[in-house]
Design a protein around this ligand. Sequence first.
Ligand code: PGA
Ligand code: ZN
Length: 438
Amino acid sequence: MSRLAKLVAREVLDSRGQPTVEVEASGDDGAFGRAIVPAGASTGRHEAKELRDADARRFGGRGVRRAVAGVGAEIAPAVLGIDLDDQAGLDARLVDLDGTPDKGRLGANAILGVSLAVAHAAAASKGEELYQHLHCLWRDHVGADAAGPTVPLPMINMISGGLHAGANLDFQDFLMVPVGAADFGGALEMASAVYRALGAILRESGAEAALVADEGGYGPKLRADCHAVERILEAVVACGLEPGRDVAIALDIASSRLFDPAAGLYRLSATANDVFDSAGMIDLLEHWTRQFPIASIEDGLAEDDWDGWAALTARLGGRVQLIGDDLFVTRTDRLLLGVERKVANAVLVKVNQVGTLTETFATLALARRSGYRAIVSARSGETEDATIADLAVAVGAGQIKIGSLARSERLAKYNRLLRITEHLGPNPPFAGRSAIEL
Ligand code: PGA
Ligand code: ZN
């Protein structure tokens, strides 16, 4: 049994050049683990809070020196000596030490960095791959009937709008899901072909697709949001693939950003120049699902529009995956509310929304018990850290959302999944079409 002997934290930069927290954990047997914390742009109101310096002289106030200092001054003294395998004990101690409901005192960025770095060190100490260690923890959490490690079906960003691409489009993410792929490598091959074909189509139409957005997707100037889906489907066909059969469409509306709470209305101003109440948004989304082969819609309504969400789920939940991201923020209390109110049928899982590995397992376990799908997700601000690839495999989440097939902070995760696929041996379990189809 190895014990936590050392914690080192530092400020490093993420894929947007913004500061974030890196933590290194060492065991008394020399085992070593490192993790870097991601950051969102379209963050939900109910997420755990990052601690930022608010010192305008550095990084526009977004420095994380206070979070880093807290790891050395407060967290290390409280957790050094803990058994590296005791992830639940570590995470409980971190939560208690912080003492606030949103982790705002020490910062969810500091806390998550420690939580994940220790998991890496524990895996190293046992001589296991991270996904194997996380699978052991997951089995401890949900019981021995947990399914074995499974490579997830990816949903891959093709076109970005909203906060990830200078508000060029109203909706945030237009993704393709390679539902026809037989294995993970095949899914990436399909996605890469479509991504390149889409680039050519956008350039030919003069849509200024030369630059990529925060998650590596194109950030074109289009006259209407529906044109984004139409261009993706053209690219799918150009690759000799069949929309609906080989490739489905997924959307992240990220509609909390569109919602005007004072008026109770959704304002689509980038392309549509239109205003909707919840019922109008539901009609719009239903129309889209009739027009296009859409398998999944994330944050179709705003983070606190529970009544709207219930109506949306009643209308579309039987045939479309409806994911709560800002709605659930990876928290069990909010997901439980969703289950009780029959709201959504899937949860997006972002480790930094909740702030510890154990709380992430709790949300994944609740989703599993409640018949909700789970999609492990990256943030728009990422790094070379690929922990979420191992997490998605370990818990058999079924789906993963990383971004596009561009920018190395995205490819780090896809490539990690390729390595894990190989490590799993011949015929590795791949979630495939059934992970998303209802
Ligand atoms: P974010 O975007 O990381 O900027 O929150 C990702 C998402 O909304 O799913
Ligand atoms: Zn989202």
